[in-house]
Design a protein around this ligand. Structure first.
Ligand SMILES: Cc1cc2nc3c(=O)[nH]c(=O)nc-3n(C[C@H](O)[C@H](O)[C@H](O)COP(=O)(O)OP(=O)(O)OC[C@H]3O[C@@H](n4cnc5c(N)ncnc54)[C@H](O)[C@@H]3O)c2cc1C
Length: 456
């Protein structure tokens, strides 16, 4: 049944596009506003695993995802001379968890998600400057001097969210913004990254393998970590991470609060060109095989914000929890937010009063915050383990890879997989694997409308 309220989604990234797709299915009116002039080609490897694949199965997207992805069987950790330090088995847990880990390039996933939302509902070149709240509506103001009003605003506009800044300004003025939320994001790494054009499998046999080959190299002579992944189409996704110590971070004003972009990328490319690369050759081979405009550099900052909503505005994804990337949980948690928010919006009574909206946002945050916190902490630990370059990080890495048995490491990775939200106003897919999955509830409205009453 179509609903009588309008949702304005700020940002057409991972969370914004999934939310659009779900609101389309829920019969809720929405519009997506993205500041980029066109669909992005920026980004490197990303991954989805058992804690989000049930959603894609439910949405009938498993085949589409398989086409743009490769499944991970093994991840090799190398030292600077290409000696194998650790071989992490990615297959071992597949049976237990019911799904494997899919690796794809972000631009490919972005295109897939974009194709699932009607084109006339995504507006490019719409940069939001501010959000203004009134008792009965919320208004977005854009850099082209236009504006639009709706009932609800969703800030899906990433780590430097303009929506969050507007919301926090008004909460601060009212004296109700927690002190922690006034602090900057913490900065620890920066990343140079891209996805190559097709390369020659005769020169790089790993490209021809059906599974995703991952090689992570730690350099001891510099503070860099090089990560390389094979994706369909004989391409590599690659990134070079540089760990910045806290005192350097504070002074690193060139990059601080910069966004995903390629302006400063070329100078870092020159710095790393001669590094020996995973899979052979040097980093120059990967850099030269990547279109210049598809190479970007990004600050990897992190922060879990406490405040996720206020009045008619709510935040999802990086806008409320920016995570370090090594555990691959940032995009997954952004999408889980979108699912849980859509579920609660589906049950919102037709009259979108402030009281009803606030009730709905509170349910959303209560379910998501503890889960995001767990993923945030896991991401912090994994990033230090994989890319950290302080003496303690290096010692912990040696310990973890040399002495801690694989099954103990797997155990730590299992925990986030118990939580697998699905759309609660569509038929749910059964749990796969033998791992115990947290129970989900069907929407109250859906049960009434469909005459079903069973929790799943
Ligand atoms: C271009 C790009 C490349 C990325 N590449 C990688 C990668 O290779 N590996 C990785 O792990 N993560 C990458 N990320 C981050 C990753 O997509 C997010 O961490 C994760 O998916 C969370 O999704 P999100 O929707 O919250 O944020 P994002 O996916 O970052 O989406 C936010 C969207 O909001 C838009 N936006 C921002 N400000 C405004 C504004 N004022 N008005 C309107 N729109 C606005 C942005 O352009 C972006 O499209 C990338 C993000 C971007 C934007």
């Amino acid at each position: 049944m179509p609903r009588e309220f309008k949702v304005l989604i700020a940002g057409g990234g991972m969370a914004g596009l999934i939310l659009g797709q779900l609101l389309e299915l829920a019969g809720i009116e929405y519009m997506i506003f993205e500041k980029a002039p066109r669909p992005t080609t920026l980004g490197s490897a990303m991954g989805f695993g058992p804690n989000i694949m049930p959603l894609f199965e439910q949405l009938g997207m498993l085949e589409d995802i398989a086409k743009i992805s490769k499944l991970v069987d093994h991840t090799l950790v190398l030292d600077e001379d290409l000696n194998v330090v650790a071989d992490i088995d990615g297959k071992a847990m597949r049976k237990k968890l019911g799904y494997g880990h899919y690796i794809f390039s972000r631009p490919d996933m972005f295109q897939l998600l974009l194709s699932r939302v009607p084109a006339h509902k995504v507006f490019f070149s719409k940069k939001i400057l501010t959000v203004e709240e009134e008792i009965d509506k919320v208004t977005l103001k854009f850099s082209d001097n236009s504006q639009i009003s709706g009932d609800i605003c969703v800030g899906a506009d990433g780590g430097y969210s303009a929506v969050r800044q507007s919301l926090y300004r008004s909460l601060k003025a009212r004296g109700i913004l927690p002190r922690k939320d006034m602090e900057d994001l913490t900065f620890g790494f920066y990343n140079l990254l891209g996805t190559t054009n097709p390369m020659d499998p005769a020169k790089y046999p790993a490209l021809a393998a059906p599974d995703c080959k991952i090689e992570l190299m730690q350099r001891t002579t510099t503070k860099h970590a090089l990560h390389t992944f094979t994706v369909p189409g004989n391409r590599f996704c690659w990134n070079v991470t540089n760990h910045v110590q806290t005192d350097e971070g504070a002074n690193c004003t060139v990059f601080r609060n910069s966004e995903w972009g390629n302006e400063t990328a070329q100078s870092m490319c020159n710095e790393v060109r001669d590094f020996k690369a995973p899979f052979g050759g040097t980093m120059a081979d990967y850099i030269d095989a990547t279109p210049k405009e598809a190479i970007s550099i990004v600050m990897l900052e992190e922060k879990l914000f406490k405040t996720w909503y206020g009045s008619r505005t709510v935040l999802v994804g990086d806008a409320c929890h920016k995570m370090l990337p090594s555990a691959g949980q940032g995009a997954i948690n952004a999408i889980q937010d979108a699912v849980v928010l859509a579920n609660n919006l589906y049950d919102l009574p037709d009259r979108p009063t402030l009281k009803n909206i606030s009730f709905c946002f509170n349910l959303y945050r209560s379910e998501r915050y503890p889960m995001a916190k767990m993923a945030f902490q896991l991401s912090q630990q994994q990033s230090k383990l994989i890319s950290g370059q302080s003496l303690t990080d290096r010692m912990k890495r040696k310990m973890a890879f040399s002495y801690i048995p694989q099954f103990v490491q797997n155990k730590a990775m299992e925990k986030p997989n118990a939580y697998r939200p699905q759309v609660n106003f569509l038929p749910m897919v059964p749990d796969r694997g033998t791992y115990k999955v947290l129970q989900r509830r069907l929407s109250k409205r859906y049960q009434e409308e469909m005459g079903v009453s069973k929790a799943v």
